[in-house]
Write a protein that binds this ligand. Structure first.
Ligand code: 13P
Ligand code: SF4
Length: 310
């Protein structure tokens, strides 16, 4: 059996080392769509494994641990979401990929943190009215940054929502007294944090920013406001840089996603042997309806990268 193992950057380094590919939500979706595997082991969370199943329905898709969910999914009541969507029937419904399969069936577009800005800008350029779900922080940021007036659903990533700008600003001030400090933040973070950030982007965009950073390593501190797993990838790329996890409200300098961390080495090994939470509960109609907005997004991103490369 041809088994493909995919891992998100937020999984522990040992699990990332077991994967054929490590990436952000967009990359992993593109790989799941492209690769012809009999079995896909998804070391990530449930919505990612569901997305892989929709894009590669003939593969057996296994999530190593059934408890690997996401607060953006569990905080969203689907009946209430459907009513909200109906109340805004004249709008295009753009949903973040961190959403359940059923959520995606009532969405016109699915986006990731890497392409959300471009897709919503394209919709506004066409004169469309847009509603955004489920991430309140990301929606607030887009409305503020681009002057949109999108109604936004009210759920958060419980990991990124813990970042508090007061603590972060204090650390940045201390670091600035000795040199230059920068803040990189994931758009799932609260708006006040994002407003103080030098760079806002997906995990992959943050990695690329660090990879290409040209400042003096001896006098620079880079604060990273995202799940702590990404620091490992950044340090591998640029070991000489002073990379610091941004503090959370407890003052603690750690911020781990409890769902991503359920992907232990042992469970990934078991999943590679066919044991784990098999994504076999999505019916054909759900797969078809949920896949359409995902494919729309993947086609948009492929065209955009082809245009940028030309
Ligand atoms: P990206 O890696 O696509 O930025 O997503 C972050 C995330 O929270 C995944 O759960
Ligand atoms: Fe969900 Fe946040 Fe964990 Fe990502 S980091 S899986 S958004 S809870």
């Amino acid at each position: 059996m041809n088994t493909l193992t995919l891992a998100h950057y937020y999984t522990v380094p040992e699990v990332q080392a077991m994967a054929d590919y490590v990436g952000d939500s967009l990359e992993l979706s593109l790989i799941a769509q492209r690769e012809r595997a009999d079995r896909i082991v998804f070391a990530g969370v449930q919505f990612m494994a569901e997305t892989a199943k929709m894009l590669n329905p003939h593969a057996q898709v296994i999530l190593p641990d059934q408890g690997a969910t996401c607060s953006l999914v569990t905080q969203t009541d689907i009946d209430a979401l459907k009513q909200w969507r109906e109340r805004h029937a004249d709008c295009v419904h753009v949903s973040y990929i961190n959403s359940s399969a059923e959520h995606k069936t009532v969405s016109d577009w699915v986006v990731t943190s890497r392409n959300v800005d471009d897709i919503i800008a394209a919709l506004y350029a066409q004169g469309k009215k847009v509603i955004f779900s489920p991430d309140r922080n990301m929606g607030a940021y887009l409305n503020y940054q681009y002057g949109y007036d999108m109604p936004v659903w009210n759920a958060v990533c419980e990991v990124h929502d813990k970042f508090k700008h007061e603590q972060i600003n204090r650390m940045i001030e201390q670091a600035n007294a000795k040199g230059t400090a920068y803040l990189l933040a994931h758009p799932e973070s609260p708006l006040p944090v994002l407003l103080h950030a030098d760079m806002v982007g997906s995990t992959k965009q943050m990695l690329d920013w660090v990879k290409n950073f040209e400042g003096d390593p001896d006098s620079t501190t880079l604060f990273i406001a995202t799940e702590e797993g990404l620091l490992h990838n950044m340090r591998q790329l640029r070991p000489e840089l002073n990379l610091r996890q941004a503090p959370i409200y407890t003052g603690c300098q750690c911020n781990a996603c409890p769902y991503m961390k359920r992907n232990t080495v042992d469970l990934v090994v078991r999943a590679q042997q066919g044991k784990g939470f098999v994504i076999d509960y999505l019916d054909d109609e759900t797969i078809e309806k949920a896949r359409a907005p995902i494919e729309r997004m993947l086609n948009f991103s492929k065209k955009r990268s082809a245009k940028n490369a030309a």
